[in-house]
Design a binder for this molecule. Structure first.
Ligand SMILES: Nc1ncnc2c1ncn2[C@@H]1O[C@H](COP(=O)(O)OP(=O)(O)O)[C@@H](O)[C@H]1O
Ligand SMILES: O=P(O)(O)OC[C@H](O)CO
Length: 498
């Protein structure tokens, strides 16, 4: 056995609700894994926080558990990769290493009003050109400002150079290296609203707009290099970092311009590789960095659906039509089609490309013949229609027609869901063997940095198709269904008064 076959890569996937660790072998196979959920704090309506120390402890403990399960020692690890929930913001004290406040999570809306006042200043276009993003509470900048302005003494200490900011990757690297490295990668930096994706630098003008001192920012690195060594984990090099959606794009080997993946989790994240140049969106999508490897930067265009698999959770926990998520497929198969029922799951408003925070959920087309099966089917179809809205926006923005859609995430085990997705798009939908593409993606970025894998071409051998789903619908039927969906969608917009 060669040296590469005896060694493994450890991927840490620090997500919104849990920390996970997966060990991959040289063929990209998942050999062992562990996962721990952690507490979500909701101090006020619309506020969501995590305890950064708990993020750290759970991440370290799942890494140890995965290593123990596999029965290897740390010396069998060639490298570590870190992928993470993006935008979530942590500020900590350089001397004590203690966070000055909880992590403010990407979903937290406390700075929405401040964002509205910024928009009134007419700087939207400039921000979009520089960052590829829109002014929104989603991104890190206004969360950083909130901590600086609202936690006593923090702004003064930051001005004096005693405070550090990081997204979750930065925080974990700082902890693993015992405070030796304060770094992040381009993909995470590109989600802060402070990073210029054209010049690849922190943007001084934006730092001024958001009133954030430059001294708190981490050094921005590529997505595939040795950032430091995990001192509590056998001094293994930490060699790959990427935000989770970008890591999934890489894990799906969407390495050529026009290749696209969709992750069907709580929400859906559709991301297309746009090659070596950012594509500014005219259709309310985000332009972002896919990864940087060596000197080469790849860009991506991204859209997210707020309620994807979450609609299945709601049918389970809110309506009690099913007991577990997998049951929805059986229920939906009790009918042949949606029976004219359309369900717009705008339960928390609508995300890209509609961006309507006042839209609310709606079922339409109900008759006396409607059954729970029709509702289940309409719910699954809604996940696909929302993804189709994003695909259409992406095609318009990029003038690229994808050859296929690569899918992953917890909900893609549902064959009916993925078949319907392929029914309404013009290209095949491909489900790979390894569905842990986020972790695999960052493992690959780490492995490339230490020579565990030689090239992207070598990685392509590790990506294997499990099932190709082809459309079974005639194009007139596709158009009819999409027309009805669009009509339903229009009726639920701007509904809420609050
Ligand atoms: N068989 C299934 N059919 C449809 N949705 C499912 C199925 N199994 C799980 N889900 C949905 O997938 C989501 C979980 O996927 P996961 O990728 O773990 O999400 P996240 O990373 O956002 O926490 C849940 O919203 C759940 O309702
Ligand atoms: O942790 P996830 O999988 O919900 O992903 C969160 C995204 O990175 C937010 O932008």
């Amino acid at each position: 056995m060669g040296i590469k076959e005896e060694k493994y890569i450890l991927a840490m996937d620090q997500g919104t609700t849990s920390s996970r660790a997966i060990i991959f072998d040289h063929k990209g196979r998942s050999m062992a894994s562990a996962q721990k959920e952690f507490k979500q704090y909701y101090p006020k309506p619309g506020w969501i926080e995590h305890d950064p120390q708990e993020i750290w402890y759970t991440q370290v403990s799942v890494a140890a558990e995965a290593i123990a399960k596999m029965g290897i020692s740390e010396s069998a690890l060639a490298a570590i990769g870190i992928t993470n929930q993006r935008e979530t913001t942590i500020l900590w004290d350089k001397q004590t290493g203690k966070p000055v406040y909880n992590a403010i999570v990407w979903q937290d809306r406390r700075t929405s009003n401040y964002c509205d006042t910024l928009k009134e200043r007419g700087i939207q276009q400039k921000v979009r050109e520089k960052t590829g993003l829109v002014i929104d509470a989603y991104f890190s900048a206004t969360k950083i400002k909130w901590i600086l302005d609202n936690v006593e003494g923090v702004r003064e200490r930051a001005e004096a150079g005693h405070i550090l900011f990081g997204t979750v990757d930065s925080w974990l690297i700082w902890k693993f290296t015992n405070g030796k490295k304060h770094v992040t990668d381009v993909t995470n930096a590109s989600r802060t609203l402070l990073y210029n994706i054209n010049t690849l630098e922190w943007d001084m003008e934006l730092l001024e707009v958001f009133d954030i001192p430059e001294s708190i920012l981490p050094e921005v690195c590529s997505s595939s290099e040795v950032y430091g060594y995990a001192e509590s984990l056998g001094h293994v090099p930490i060699a790959g970092v990427a935000g989770d959606q970008q890591a999934a794009l890489f894990g799906q080997l969407c390495t050529e311009k026009g290749m696209v993946k969709n992750t069907y989790g709580t929400g859906c994240f559709l991301v297309m590789n746009t090659g070596s140049k950012p594509v500014p969106s005219q259709n309310n999508l985000l332009s972002t960095i896919a990864w940087k490897i060596g000197d080469r930067v790849d860009y991506a265009i991204e859209g997210s659906v707020f309620v994807g698999g979450a609609v299945v959770q709601w049918i389970r926990d809110g309506l009690h039509l099913i007991k577990d998520s997998a049951e929805i497929e059986r229920l939906a198969r009790t009918v042949d089609d949606n029976g004219g029922v359309y369900f717009v799951p705008a339960l928390t408003g609508l995300g890209a490309p509609h961006w309507d925070q006042y839209a609310r959920g709606m079922m339409i087309g109900l008759t006396r013949g409607t059954t729970a099966g029709h509702i289940a089917r309409a719910a699954l179809e809604s996940i696909c229609f929302q993804s189709l809205d994003l695909i259409k926006a992406m095609e318009a923005d990029t003038e690229l027609k994808p050859k296929e859609l690569r899918v992953d995430g917890g909900a893609v085990v549902n064959n009916l869901l993925i078949q319907f997705q392929s029914d309404i798009v013009d290209f095949p939908v491909v489900r790979p063997e390894t569905l842990e593409t986020t972790a695999l993606g960052v493992a690959q970025l780490a492995g490339l940095a230490v020579g565990y894998w030689e090239s992207i071409d070598e990685l392509k051998e590790n990506w294997r198709t499990e099932t190709v789903f082809e459309s079974k619908l005639a194009s007139e039927k596709q158009s009819y269904l999409y027309r009805k969906w669009t009509k339903a969608l229009e009726r639920c917009k701007e509904w809420a008064d609050d």
